[in-house]
Design a protein around this ligand. Structure first.
Ligand code: RAM
Length: 368
C-alpha cells in the first residue's frame, strides 16, 4: 500500500511538474530521474484525487465551472480536476456545459449562476468580449470570476488561468509545422475550433507573428473552423485537402480538430501531415512517423482544472484579488504567482506545452 501511495504521489508530481515547468509557477520542477521512474506506473485520475490538498474551508459555498461546450473530453477532464479541488475544500461544485460553444449559451448559464448566488465562477470563454455584461453583473453581485483555458477580456475577469504562455504555444506550433513540412517549406492550413474562441485566436495570432519573424518558407493558406465539433472538423479537413491539393501540413490547435484531421488524413493515406494540440488518449492511433501526426503537444487538462479550482478558492478566501505579483498555493501543483497577461489583464500559467511523440504516447494515452 505504501509503495502504491508513493507511486501515486510520484506520478501526480511527475504529471504536474512535467507539465507545469517554469511559467509563472514559483517552485522548481522535480528531478528527471523521479519523473522517469514514476512514468512506469501511471495513476488513474481518481487515485491521484486522494492526494488533493485541501485549500481553505469552503463548506456551505458553491463554486462553478462553465466550460466551452458539452461532449468534448478535454472539457470533461478540465471539469474533473476543478471538481476534485472544489469538493475537497468542502464546497459544492457546479459544472455547466453548453450544448454548443457559443457566447449566447454561456450568457444564459452565467445568469443562472448569478441567480443561484454562487461564490465563484471559472469560465472558459467562447468569446473574449460578448460575456462582459453578464460577467460584470456577476462580479458586481460579489461573485469572484476567473477565466480558464480560454480567456474573457481583462474587464470581465479577475485573473485568467492559462495552460501555457501564448507566444510559446505559437512558436512551438510553427516550429513543429516547419519541421514536419521539411526543407523548402510549402503550404499549410490551420484547423481551429470556433472563430470566436479566445484561446485559439490568441495562439493563431502568435503563430502569425512567428511566421512574420521567420516564415521558414511556410505559407499559411487558410484558417478553417471546425467549431470543436467532430463532424464539422472532418468536413473542414476534407475541404482543405480538396481546395489545396499541395497542402503539406495541417496544424489543429484544438483537441477535437486534431483528432478529426488525424482520422481523415490517416484513412486517406494522405501525404499531408498533421500537428497541433491533442489529447494523447484520443490521438494514440495517429501518432507516429508513418501515421498522420508525427508529434503534437498539450498540457495536463486535469491540472488546468485543478489550478482553476485553487484559484477560485483563493479568490473567495480573499487570499488574492487577481493582481500582478500575488502568490498563492495551489495544493500539490505548488506555488503560483500572478503575472501580467498579453491583453492588459493578469494570468497564472500552468507551464510549457509538452510534446507527445511515438516514444511516449503509449504511456501518456492512459493518463489523459
Ligand atoms: C479543445 C478546446 C480547448 C483547447 C484544447 C486544446 O479541446 O478548444 O479550449 O484548450 O482544444
Amino acid at each position: 500500500m505504501k509503495k502504491k501511495l508513493l507511486s501515486i504521489l510520484l506520478c501526480t508530481a511527475m504529471v504536474s511538474t512535467l507539465l507545469a515547468g517554469c511559467g509563472s509557477k514559483t517552485e522548481e520542477a522535480a528531478p528527471a530521474a523521479e519523473a522517469t521512474e514514476a512514468t512506469e506506473e501511471a495513476a488513474p485520475a481518481e487515485e491521484a484525487a486522494a492526494e488533493t490538498v485541501v485549500a481553505g474551508d469552503m463548506t456551505g459555498k458553491t463554486i462553478a465551472i462553465l466550460v466551452k461546450s458539452a461532449g468534448n473530453p478535454y472539457n470533461e477532464k478540465e471539469s474533473a480536476g476543478f471538481q476534485e479541488v472544489i469538493e475537497a475544500s468542502g464546497a459544492t461544485c457546479i459544472i455547466k456545459s453548453p450544448e454548443s460553444a457559443t457566447a449566447e449559451a454561456q450568457i444564459t448559464m452565467i445568469n443562472e449562476l448569478v441567480a443561484q448566488k454562487v461564490s465563484a465562477i471559472a469560465i472558459a470563454g467562447n468569446d473574449a468580449d460578448a460575456l462582459q455584461p453578464a460577467l460584470t453583473a456577476a462580479m458586481n453581485a460579489g461573485i469572484k470570476v476567473c477565466s480558464v483555458d480560454s480567456a474573457v477580456n481583462k474587464d470581465s475577469r479577475m485573473v485568467h488561468v492559462n495552460q501555457a504562455g501564448v507566444d510559446l504555444i505559437g512558436q512551438t506550433l510553427v516550429n513543429a509545422v516547419a519541421d514536419i513540412v521539411g526543407e523548402g517549406g510549402g503550404q499549410f492550413a490551420i484547423l481551429s475550433a470556433t472563430s470566436q474562441a479566445t484561446n485559439q485566436n490568441a495562439w493563431i495570432a502568435a503563430m502569425e507573428a512567428e511566421l512574420e519573424k521567420d516564415s521558414r518558407g511556410l505559407e499559411l493558406v487558410k484558417i478553417a473552423y471546425g467549431d470543436d465539433e467532430f463532424q464539422k472538423s472532418v468536413d473542414e479537413t476534407e475541404a482543405l485537402l480538396k481546395n489545396y491539393p499541395d497542402l503539406k501540413a495541417i496544424c489543429a490547435p484544438t483537441t477535437v480538430g486534431i483528432m478529426a484531421a488525424g482520422k481523415v488524413l490517416q484513412d486517406k493515406g494522405s501525404a499531408c501531415k498533421l500537428t497541433g494540440l491533442g489529447l494523447p488518449s484520443e490521438m494514440a492511433d495517429y501518432i507516429g512517423a508513418d501515421k498522420s501526426c508525427p508529434y503534437m503537444f498539450l498540457w495536463n487538462p486535469i491540472d488546468i482544472g485543478r489550478l482553476a479550482g485553487y484559484t477560485a478558492i483563493a479568490l473567495v478566501n480573499e487570499e488574492i484579488t487577481g493582481a500582478e505579483g500575488e502568490t498563492y498555493k495551489a495544493g500539490t501543483l505548488g506555488d503560483y504567482t500572478i503575472v501580467a497577461a498579453g491583453d492588459g489583464g493578469t494570468e497564472v500559467i500552468l507551464g510549457p506545452p509538452f510534446e507527445f511523440n511515438p516514444e511516449n504516447i503509449e504511456e501518456w494515452k492512459t493518463i489523459y
